[in-house]
Design a protein around this ligand. Sequence first.
Ligand code: MGP
Length: 259
Amino acid sequence: MELEFHGYCTLCESPFLPFLEQGMGRVSEAEGGIPEGEEKKVAEGMPMGKEAPNSPRTSLSLRGKAHVGSPMKVKRELHPLQNRWALWFFKNDRSRAWQDNLHLVTKVDTVEDFWALYSHIQLASKLSSGCDYALFKDGIEPMWEDSKNKWGGRWLVSLAKQQRHIELDRLWLETLLCLIGESFEEHSRDVCGAVVNIRTKGDKIAVWTREAENQAGVLHIGRVYKEHLGLSPKTVIGYQAHADTATKSNSLAKNKFVV
Ligand code: MGP
């Protein structure tokens, strides 16, 4: 991958990569990214990170501002992800159908682009109630109806209200790293994506898998996921089939498995 080079940082002497500041390593429309205009619309609706002084997010953009120099092309060794992943943003607008509130933000397929993206978007804990982020494998839409989700389900982590400020961002980042790091050995291929729901009644994080009847795969993913999140052995998380969630009459669909 070729990147525009704008000289070296006067502080750390590393090459300044303007995509960290501007384009988040954007995937072009031809490669399956979203059209320019659409991306702008999404960016308008989606709060970008408001960085606190001295946060790692701030130092990333400050480092960018310290760079000067004339543009030239350099080749960089990037670290490819096993899959290309799409980030989606859901903003609740009750006047529209559920699907119409779901917006594709961008796609990433390198470690570098993942961190550039993560550093530029608002933390989950700072989103308004009713919003979601979803990270799904390219080609799978974050909805029950997608053919890869239809027969699947989700490992659901329901958080208490007070956990938003203490744990939500860590748990969501761990979830993202489990996905892009393909943490579930051969069962990683059963993973479709993950969703974080920001809700007044309590936030939720879930990993979606493609086949609810694949007991061995689902249980392996659940056990590894729980361990990566650092949940205590006493905490129980449940797996629900989407078919049950979609037809439930109240907020609770029955657990098919627990770990
Ligand atoms: P939600 O956003 O997953 O959870 O579903 P929330 O807001 O915590 O609500 P609760 O019912 O779990 O307490 C809210 C509603 O959004 C659902 O009842 C559906 O109407 C709609 N919805 C959610 N999902 C994930 C889908 C989906 O994949 N497809 C469709 N068609 N509607 C969905």
